[in-house]
Design a protein around this ligand. Structure first.
Ligand code: FAD
Ligand code: SF4
Ligand code: SF4
Length: 671
């Protein structure tokens, strides 16, 4: 005998949220109103519903009043829905018999100057929620198995750290890097603040570790081509770009015994093509066959096919190693992983767009990254800081902070780039240390030295003799004869104009998301903030996660941060990404589409509408019916709205539930 459907018995609980809600909304009258609504058996209120006593009220009420549905009117479901679902379950109900009315974010906060209106709106919200709660059904999450492998995209210090953590946790990890070597921006830096350790010295061991870790499969010179699947089961196709040179492993696989690139550099010595070296910002030459720097991982040469004239001299020089293949083409490989970490870093803002500072107009105006290369012992000048115009040693250097950052003119970036204050202090120290008598002038808006030992570093540079001028630089002009530069600004502390003649200007240019990152971001279903940085699931409670289950973020791709913060986030992301893998399965919210097979005509029209490729047709009892891959379905409802035969229903958002909500709103509870 079919079980008799119980008459709905709803409990409504109104939260004060301290004064967040109760400061605007008349909670008492809202509660009294809730008690009058159809099917509402009990209505109560409490200071903090999310607290233990608040939750106890729900648990007790379910048992005492034999409730069938719960409504909590409080803050955002994003924050507290799981808490109240758990309480609902502890009371003995199916957790999906819970509905939330957001009377804080969507009401008391936005209507704080209209208490009467806010109170009326809260009543509406609760009436609507109670109408839906009356029709809620038991739902059961499904589990899907999780592949015991992860992928990290981007091998800067963030990606390297995340990959090492995953690999050390016993997880097979694919590390994908678009450049021919791992290392990212950190390998372009000389020393790192505030400890002044040599950047390469602390990075190289980690680079070497990822290169030889048994659990890491390194794919350099590789990009993500396409992504299919869902948490636990991502199928990711990689494009391995034609490098023109085979590693020793690749040569062995092709049966070239003892062959493959050993990094000897004979090919580059023979190559006749000379081009500017992008790693050195064009301040040094590079052959068409090249490595970025001596510490590259893997130590395999790469051919720049845009520059290569295919003369074959490198092939000849390479000889018996037979590493070079001038006809090499891109290859593709699909791998399956359970979770993914994006760590694609940043690019520099095109500071020449700010015409007033003269970059690319005046030889002696350089960017901070160019400064890093010029002061670096392995850089194009062997670590001698020189003026690009004449090779002379500069004795007066101006550092322009917030160059394009904290700039609301529409040309620059409104945000703080977060590490330029600190690296400019580092740069000031480096010139005073390397060039006795060299005077740094730091033009700043405020110095943001917020990290551990950073403020102490700031004092240290002050004591060493750097001069600080508070004020945004208006413009920089060149003395055409001497190639010296005049820096014009207002000293806002002394309230007087500044015209300072210096030998060189270093622009602490803003940073911005990596160029062409949007297609990659979209392939993984990750949103971005207004500024283009990848968006975390919650800035405080889930800073490593994204709204796509199983996809996590590490490093500057999520927003400017220095190396310690990048590494810390990478460790967090690795930990978060390893949890589903170690658990072996993930639970899916049961908000997926379902097909009423008796109504389905098998027309397949819904298939083309689904943005997540979750639908296909299968044969059942001799007819074609729509089938949902539940793990792929995001419950967006597009198919349900589209189906001409009304054969699709959305769990937890059924048509009767939505109609009841609309009626409750329009009819004011009179249905
Ligand atoms: C001038 C300057 C000086 C600095 N000095 C310091 C300092 O002294 N101390 C400090 O703490 N911080 C310093 N920083 C900040 C430091 O550079 C960053 O904190 C750090 O590099 C961030 O690492 P990341 O891994 O997030 O990004 P990145 O270093 O940018 O690495 C990202 C990697 O992802 C790769 N990638 C991008 N897109 C893709 C894709 N689609 N597919 C595959 N791979 C991709 C890139 O090629 C790159 O290798 C400095 C920055 C600048 C500009
Ligand atoms: S074939 Fe290309 S990479 Fe090789 S030597 Fe000639 S130009 Fe250089
Ligand atoms: S870190 Fe300093 S220089 Fe850079 S944008 Fe922020 S305040 Fe300006």
């Amino acid at each position: 005998m079919a079980e008799e459907k119980k008459q709905p018995r709803i409990g409504v609980f109104v939260c004060h949220c301290g004064t967040n809600i109760a400061g605007t909304i008349d909670v008492e009258s809202v509660k009294d109103y809730a008690a009058t609504l159809p099917n509402v058996i009990v209505a109560d209120d409490y200071q903090y519903m999310c607290s233990t006593p608040g939750q106890a009220k729900i648990i007790d009420a379910i048992k005492d009043h034999d409730l069938t549905g719960i409504v909590v009117a409080a803050c955002t479901p994003r924050l507290h829905e799981p808490t109240f679902r758990t309480a609902t379950k502890e009371g003995g109900l199916n957790p999906f018999r819970f509905e939330m009315a957001n009377i804080r974010d969507q009401n008391s906060w936005v209507h704080m100057h209209d208490p009467e209106g806010a109170t009326a709106k809260a009543k509406d919200a609760i009436r609507i929620a109670a109408a839906k709660a009356s029709l809620l059904e038991d739902l059961y999450p499904k589990s899907v198995p999780v592949e015991h492998a992860a992928m990290v995209v981007g091998a800067g210090v963030g990606g390297i750290q995340a990959a090492l953590d995953l690999a050390n946790a016993g997880i097979k990890t694919y590390l994908v890097e678009k450049n021919p070597t791992v290392g990212g921006r950190m390998s372009q830096l000389d020393k790192t603040f505030p400890t002044l350790d040599c950047s390469q010295c602390i990075l190289t061991p980690k680079m070497v570790d990822v290169g030889r870790h048994p659990n890491i499969e390194l794919h350099t010179y590789t990009e993500v081509e396409s992504v299919d699947g869902y948490i636990g089961n991502f199928d990711i196709t990689l494009r391995k770009k034609a490098r023109g040179v085979m590693s020793q492993d690749e040569a062995t696989a092709k049966g070239i015994v003892g062959g493959g690139c050993n990094g000897c550099g004979d090919c580059a010595a023979a190559c006749p093509v000379i081009k500017p070296n992008p790693f050195e910002f064009g301040m040094a030459p590079r052959k068409a066959i090249y490595i970025f720097h001596p510490q590259v991982v893997p130590l395999v040469y790469t051919i720049d096919f845009d520059a290569c004239v295919k003369c074959g001299l490198c092939v000849e020089a390479c000889g018996e190693k037979k590493a070079i293949d001038l006809e090499m083409t891109d290859t593709f490989e699909t791998v399956k992983v359970g979770t993914v970490i994006l760590s694609t870093g940043y690019d520099m803002f095109e500071i020449e767009k700010k015409r007033e500072w003269g970059y690319k107009q005046f030889d002696n105006v350089i960017t901070s990254l160019e400064f890093e290369r010029l002061i670096c012992a392995s850089g194009p000048t062997g670590g001698h800081l020189i003026r690009p115009s004449d090779g002379e040693t500069p004795m007066k250097v101006a550092f322009v902070l917030c160059a394009g950052s904290r700039d609301n003119t529409g040309v620059g970036k409104p945000y703080c780039s977060r590490f330029c204050c600190m690296y400019s202090l580092k740069h000031a120290h480096q010139i005073m240390e390397k060039i006795p008598g060299c005077q740094p002038y730091i033009f700043y808006m405020d110095i943001r030295s917020f990290g551990k030992m950073y403020e102490e570093f700031y004092y240290r540079i002050q004591n060493e003799g750097a001069k600080f001028i508070r004020g945004r630089v208006a413009n920089v002009l060149e003395d055409a004869k001497t190639k010296n530069l005049h820096v014009y600004a207002e000293d806002t502390l002394l309230g007087r104009p500044v015209d300072l003649e210096v030998d060189m200007v270093v622009l602490a240019a803003a940073v911005q998301p990596t160029e062409n990152i949007d297609p990659v971001r979209k392939m993984f279903g990750v949103s971005c903030s207004q500024d283009g940085w990848m968006l975390e699931a919650h800035p405080k409670l889930n800073p490593c996660g994204t709204t796509t289950a199983g996809v996590f973020l590490a490093g500057v791709c999520q927003g400017p941060k220095d190396i310690p913060d990048t590494v810390a986030q990478a460790e967090g992301a690795a930990s978060a990404a390893s949890i589903p893998i170690h658990t072996g399965k993930v639970e899916l919210e049961p908000y997926f589409a379902q097909c009423l097979e008796e109504k389905c005509a098998g027309c397949g029209m819904c298939i083309s509408q689904c943005p997540y490729s979750a639908l296909d047709l299968i044969e059942k009892d001799g007819k074609q019916v729509m089938h949902v891959t539940e793990a792929k379905c995001k419950g967006c409802g597009t198919c349900g709205g589209f189906c001409p035969g009304g054969a699709i229903y959305m769990q937890h958002f059924t048509t009767p539930q939505i109609v009841a909500q609309i009626d409750a709103f329009l009819l004011g509870g009179e249905q």
